[in-house]
Design a protein around this ligand. Structure first.
Ligand SMILES: NC(=O)c1ccc[n+]([C@@H]2O[C@H](COP(=O)([O-])OP(=O)(O)OC[C@H]3O[C@@H](n4cnc5c(N)ncnc54)[C@H](O)[C@@H]3O)[C@@H](O)[C@H]2O)c1
Length: 317
């Protein structure tokens, strides 16, 4: 299969590309290497993490319709995994216009291409943040998600709505994957695991929001990749699917495991809840399990892998 990954230099995109290339799929990617976080990490994912792999990478923007047209025309793409987006709930409050532009208009451009070039399956990244302050736990795909609490969440919900239109009118096979807090090696510097590891190693304090009274279904990158591939191979029609770990972990326990792996205690700044953030996200993953997928990695193993990678990448003993 020839698969087009948007956001291919990103955390999830680069990991997905590696797995698809390992099983001999052909991969074409696009990324604009924006500076939301250090673009060097994105370039190193391509240069170091994907070293020796053969794929095609376009450096460009998903808002550039002419470029997308050129890529789809030339590459004879069969399936699409659309991951390019401005991520980060908190940052979306600072620049909601850019979030809407990239996340909504970018997705719309890709849906247009998918129909025009008869793409067999279109998978894209939604987010657990669409559940907002949903009281019912765990979060199920059947729950009403009409009340997002951040611009980022509203853009992700909007893409689910647009995708449904393209399924309904044009019969596009399209699945929205609602990712739950993804972590692991080559992860994002704006996310808790990265920031905590860095600060603990440097002896700096860490900001612990809602005084640590938060819980998450943290999801290890390899489980995200295997779930995405399951959907890419098996799903038809229009679907919305949660993809998350199967164990609810508190933020306090998450920090403990980081401390154990670094061998050093964190200095904690206990902070109030951040606007736009939610105290708990727990996933109902029965729908994806029915396709034969299950999460395999516990935080004890996943955080160990991350801390080892971090030390190696930044040359810290
Ligand atoms: N990591 C998580 O915990 C998580 C949780 C829920 C949803 N998601 C979603 O999953 C997807 C991938 O997330 P990630 O963690 O790999 O983030 P990431 O920021 O590492 O990857 C996204 C990539 O998209 C690229 N990009 C952004 N705007 C672009 C544009 N206009 N044109 C071309 N490329 C562009 C970025 O340069 C980046 O490399 C995103 O859509 C994100 O919203 C991630």
């Amino acid at each position: 299969m020839k698969i087009f990954i948007t956001g291919g230099a990103g955390f999830i995109g680069s990991n997905l590309a590696k797995k698809l290339l390992d099983r001999k799929d052909q991969v074409v990617m696009i990324d604009n290497f924006n500076d939301y976080y250090d673009p060097k990490l994105k370039r190193d994912r391509i240069k170091i993490f994907l070293e020796g792999y053969k794929f095609k990478l376009y450096e460009g923007d998903i808002r550039d319709q002419k470029l997308l047209e050129k890529i789809f025309k030339k590459e004879k793409i069969e399936k699409v995994v659309h991951l390019a987006a401005l991520a980060g709930v908190r940052n979306s409050l600072l620049d909601p216009v850019s979030y809407a532009d990239v996340n909504i208009m970018g997705t719309l451009n890709l849906l247009e291409m998918a129909v025009k070039y008869k793409i067999k399956n279109f998978i894209f990244a939604s987010s657990s943040s669409v559940y907002g302050n949903n009281k019912k736990q765990p979060f199920s795909e059947e729950d009403n998600v009409d009340t997002p609490i951040s611009p980022y969440a509203a853009t992700k919900k909007s893409t689910e709505l647009l995708a449904h239109v393209y399924h309904h009118i044009y019969g596009l096979n399209v699945t929205a994957l609602r990712f739950f807090t993804v972590y692991g090696p080559w992860g994002r510097p704006d996310m808790a695991l990265f920031k905590f590891t860095k600060n603990i190693l440097e002896g700096e304090p860490i900001d612990v929001y809602n005084r640590g009274k938060m819980s998450r279904n943290f999801t290890y990158i390899d489980d995200i990749v295997s779930g995405t591939i399951t959907v890419l191979d098996k799903c038809k029609g229009y679907n919305v699917m949660n993809i998350g770990g199967d164990k609810e972990e508190t933020l306090t326990r998450y920090i403990e495991v980081i401390e154990e792996n670094i061998g050093k205690k964190a200095k904690k700044n206990l902070m109030p809840m951040q606007p736009g953030d939610v105290p708990s996200t727990v996933a109902d993953i029965r729908k994806l399990r029915k396709l034969g997928w299950k999460p395999e990695t516990r935080i004890e193993e996943g955080i160990k892998n991350f801390v080892e990678w971090y030390g190696g990448y930044y040359g810290i003993k």
